[in-house]
Ligand binder design. Structure first.
Ligand SMILES: [Zn+2]
Length: 218
């Protein structure tokens, strides 16, 4: 069984739900970047094997979009790579019990991975969680949004979520005008039009007392 599928010439992803959180790969000409690591050490190993056979290039970097276990639990299979995350993610994943390898490169707001011909930008936005971040690969107009998007599922928003930052991140995606967005869960999105329903839902929630505001009690 092969799970990893190309979504553009240099980008592949698993968005079938096999790994719970979606995972993906961006290939430069002399190395690849893994994005998230699946929800278990076993699936992390399978994901790694698939990357190696699909691209036949070194996995030089692994980027974690945020600290949730359904995205970070396969990290051990990427211990030989340079693991990159926000400072917050690097701290928060210390509480995960199934990993024993951690980010060695951390950033506050943004970071660029590049070689002579290509680059990918990592941006910290907050929103779904305070450490939520995304990867943008301008050359093929692809965004890996992490859990800033749950496509076809009701999103998860816990006490760390910030609806205003979340909306701002999705508005930024619209400005970047990607061809394809790989969400944290669910199938890939084509173009920016599908973002409108996500933004509308978040706007609806922020306009009610259920999210972020407390009603004054008499
Ligand atoms: Zn999450």
């Amino acid at each position: 069984m092969k799970y990893l599928e190309n979504i553009s010439p240099s980008v592949a992803a698993i968005s079938s739900g096999w790994s719970s959180g979606n995972v993906g790969v961006v290939a430069f000409d002399n190395f690849v970047i893994a994005i998230d690591t699946t929800n278990s050490p076993e699936r992390g190993r399978i994901f790694r094997e698939e990357i190696d056979s699909h691209f036949n290039l070194d996995v030089k970097y692994t980027f974690l979009t945020h600290h949730h276990s359904d995205h970070a639990s396969g990290l051990n299979a990427f211990s030989d790579t340079t693991i990159i995350s926000t400072k917050q993610t690097a701290k928060k994943i210390r509480s995960l019990t199934r990993i024993n390898t951690y980010p060695s490169v951390v950033f506050d707001s943004e970071y660029t991975i590049s070689n002579e011909t290509d680059y990918a930008e990592l941006h910290h936005t907050g929103g779904h969680t305070s450490d939520s971040s995304y990867l943008h690969f301008p050359k093929e107009r692809v965004i890996f949004s992490g859990d800033l998007i749950f496509e076809g599922y009701l999103f998860f928003a816990g006490y760390q979520s910030n609806p205003n930052k979340w909306i701002a991140a999705l508005e930024r995606f619209k400005e970047l005008n990607p061809n394809i967005i790989v969400p944290g869960h669910g199938p890939t999105l084509n173009g920016v039009k599908p973002l409108d329903k996500h933004i509308s839902l978040l706007n609806l929630l922020t306009s009610t007392s259920a999210c972020g505001k407390r009603e004054k009690r008499p």
